[in-house]
Design a protein around this ligand. Sequence first.
Ligand SMILES: [Zn+2]
Ligand SMILES: [Zn+2]
Length: 283
Amino acid sequence: MNNSIQKVSVHGGHSGQYCHHAKNTLEEVVQAYIAAGYSWAGITEHMPPHTDSMRYPDEAESNITAVQLQQQFQRYFSEIRQLQKKYADRIRLYAAFETETYHGSASYVRELIESTRPDYIVGSVHHVGGIGIDVDRELYEEAKHKAGSTEHLYCQYFDLQHAMLQDLKPSVVGHFDLIRIFDDDYLDTLELPAVWSRVERNLGYIAEQGFILDFNLRGFDKAIEQYPSLPVLKLALQLGIAIVPGDDSHGINSVGRNYQRGIDLLQSLGHNCQWQQPMLFEW
Ligand SMILES: [Zn+2]
Ligand SMILES: [Zn+2]
């Protein structure tokens, strides 16, 4: 890799200690970023559910309550703040979190921002119609059925995302087109006028506000290519949106995964691979 290209991650660092579907301790994940030569990494654990009904299926099956997950989230913040100091001479860590977006979530996210005082947040949507769309194909189909069609599912997703962007003004927008995760014909779906006009609208807002787009490398493992997919990425670049890699790591094995692949793609599109840092809250 070209040495002048810094290794960074704007979204990732989920750990088995604080996330039910991740692996390893938070400190092990941080050490993995250091070992891999990262200049900076945003540690962006998932926010906890507001109520038991918004837990992920794996959390519900394990009988972990929303209250326990909320307490765990507060412990996450105290630990990441300690690790930030402990490793300050080796890596710049950001203590951040990734949002959920569902009915009533915006005011809850604001409460969490007040209580944890993060460095920044990653604005993500993982639910449409209250159903988790990135858990498995079965739930995805259920969400699609509820929405009425694939087209409607995408439209609702991008409308939820647009409202979230306006409400929360996140420094980083997580996996922009996650909604395509279990859609084998996503390139055709994205081209539908009702869908593409929403992509254009949301990217236009992101450009205007100066948010960073998470160049999400986990997509290579879970959904053929990175998020956002190529047509969206090209438009984002045309609009001058800052694109920054996020490995969306969920344990030491996924720290830095697919980095070179991502860089190769960005360079082929003429990106200079100089990374913008996230805008930070001032506390
Ligand atoms: Zn996760
Ligand atoms: Zn996510």
